[in-house]
Design a protein around this ligand. Structure first.
Ligand code: UDP
Length: 327
């Protein structure tokens, strides 16, 4: 049997790098494409010794060409943390819109199955709880998060258009907050912020009163859900996330506990349009994919902590503050 070939855009990012590993383990030849604005070669450098792994330093918003066959494409290129998309608003809009168009064009030309990384952000600040896929969302198009939310909503619409009009086999995963090794130490998201602060003995910054809720998924559970979705026949969006909901204050306390830190919790202003509640309804993923999360929060935090400790030790100092990036 011929080796299957997959293209993973954003393959050097947090989620993309775990997907590269999974597809190599499944016997695929993997083409990892990344412009390295928020991705990092360090996430995939251990894969370079594998003959079935290839890296392409390319911006997916420009014309992309890949020689040879492609059986599947996973479109994961995008800034994905609120700080990143505040710093990179135009790039975020471009990769979700132009980048998704280019990627779908390639999937169409190659007759490849296409999976879009969408997000719980399409539900905005939700008025329905928990969020089923049938909920259309409550998004502010002109707020600071609009660049991400609307780009991903456009990307979903574009994906469905290629499915309906060009008959491309498409899949849409709506990813809820996911954490694990290879998150950037200080990318502004809750877990890297809390863990880096706890390890550095700095105050843990909870935004607002911390009563807003999130539901955190460990990366291995997410990757399993994506693998199953790609191999399913479902072209409608599917939520993949852990339904265990908690307040951000409870999450900060859980991170502090696992690190053994005595850092105080301090409160900072709540960012504009920060969703008040978020929890996936995973009825569809359970029924269609037989998927549900397996990794408990405490277990996932332990594994992530081991990674953070290793990174900080390798740097030989405290994790640095986020740098300003311009793509
Ligand atoms: N958050 C926080 N302190 C931080 C970073 C994030 O309290 O240093 C909060 C943020 O306001 C939000 C939640 O944690 O309510 C999750 O934020 P994250 O950026 O991880 O993802 P979001 O779900 O908002 O996209």
């Amino acid at each position: 049997m011929q080796t299957k070939r997959v293209l993973i855009t954003g393959g050097a990012g947090f989620l993309g790098s775990h997907l590269c590993e999974r597809f190599l383990a499944e016997g695929y030849e993997v083409i990892c494409m990344d412009n390295l604005i928020t991705g990092d070669l360090a996430n995939v450098e251990h894969l370079f010794r594998e003959a079935r792994f290839h890296f392409e330093h390319r911006d997916v918003t420009e014309y992309i060409h890949v020689p040879g066959r492609l059986d599947a494409m996973l479109h994961f290129a995008s800034p994905a943390s609120p700080i990143d998309y505040l710093e990179l608003p135009i790039q975020t809009l471009k990769v979700g819109s132009l980048g998704t168009h280019k990627a779908l064009g390639l999937a169409h030309a190659k007759n490849a199955r296409f999976l879009l990384a969408s997000t719980s952000e399409v539900y905005g600040d939700p008025l329905v709880h928990p969020q089923p896929e049938s909920y259309w969302g409550n998004v502010n198009p002109v707020g600071p998060r609009g660049v991400y939310d609307e780009a991903k909503r456009f990307a979903e619409a574009m994906t469905m258009a290629y499915h309906r009009f060009h008959k491309v086999e498409t899949r849409i995963v709506r990813i809820f907050n996911t954490y694990g090794p290879r998150m950037r130490l200080r990318d502004g998201r809750a877990l890297p912020a809390f863990m880096s602060q706890a390890l550095a003995g700095e105050p843990i910054t909870v935004f607002g009163d911390g009563s807003q809720t999130r539901s955190f998924t460990y990366v291995d559970d997410l990757v399993e859900g994506i693998w199953r979705l790609l191999n399913s026949n479902e072209s409608n969006p599917v939520n993949v996330g852990n339904p265990r909901e908690m307040t951000i204050l409870q999450f900060a306390e859980a991170v502090r506990k696992v690190t053994g830190s005595t850092s105080p919790i301090v409160h900072k202003p709540l960012p504009v349009d920060d969703p008040k509640i978020r929890q996936p309804d995973i009825t569809r993923a359970k029924a269609l994919l037989g998927w549900e999360p397996k990794v408990q929060l405490e277990q996932g935090l332990e594994r992530t902590l081991a990674y953070f400790r290793g990174k900080i030790a390798a740097k030989g100092d405290k994790p640095s503050a986020p740098s300003s990036r311009r793509g």
